[in-house]
Design a protein around this ligand. Sequence first.
Ligand code: AVJ
Length: 321
Amino acid sequence: MNANNDAYLSLDHHTLLARDVIAGLSHPAKTLPCKWFYDVAGSELFEQITETPEYYLTRVETRLLLELTPRLSDYIPHLALIIEPGSGSSNKTRMLLRSQPHLREYMPMDISTDFLYASAVRLEEEFPHLKINPIVCDFTVLTEPLGIDETHQCLIFFPGSTIGNFGPEEARHLLKNIRTMAGKPCWLLIGVDMTQDAPRLLAAYNDKAGITDKFNKNILARINRELGANFDLEKFQHRAIFNRNEHRIEMHLVSTVAQTVDVAGNQYGFEAGEFIHTENSYKYPKTKFESLLHDAGWLVERAWEDTGESDFGVFLLRSAG
Ligand code: AVJ
């Protein structure tokens, strides 16, 4: 690990969290940004979601990655560096790290400091020949080139349909930023859920074991812990709906009663039935996603798709120009 990365730690999470929470709850239609789901508890709950039978995304994508991994060196014969925005546990990355003979460095990026460092320590033990270079950051605001060695073939790995947390405008912007971040021609391997089947989607975001429910409510628990708020988790209900017009799953936390909550010295009133919109998970139809990639300056080299259990795709892209 590299101590230089601590520059990113100067981002004061507490201040940023407070600012986002106050702005989101002051809005007439209350919202909280989904990136704040991922403290250690939230990151662990997300890992548990990926193991539920209903959450097909991880299972299907892993299958596609197993299929494509042996072929990757046909496209990128001297892959030296993998960068992963929003790396979490890096579980899916392990098969890439194992299979690329010229790989030297892995740069996981995550907003959850403790979770990132704990994962990095495990990776260092498992892959002693690799330089593991974790970067604590909010990758959505990272626009500077990273200063990557010119001679290194570089792949940005962006799996899990994380791109789905961004609407079309933001996604285009982010995909352009990712190009700038590399600072030179590079590759992008991106996973995207394109499923439009409402029952399957609703099941995936309302798992029977209630883990998504806990994951959603953890954002309130986190605000209680870190900002000294007094949300009563019993008085909010998890809800996930499919907004077909917008092609997205929306997660809400619905207030079951009229109540007032204190957050960092401010009071926020809730009517019974009023909700906080906590996440969008866009399910881009394929043609929409392809035009988004094109507009952001990425060329499709190859796509691997599942059309059985879902419509999940993994796209291998080259930066144009
Ligand atoms: C990690 C953003 C891809 O949208 O499916 C899982 C997060 N939310 N269950 C998704 C999530 C509810 C997940 N992403």
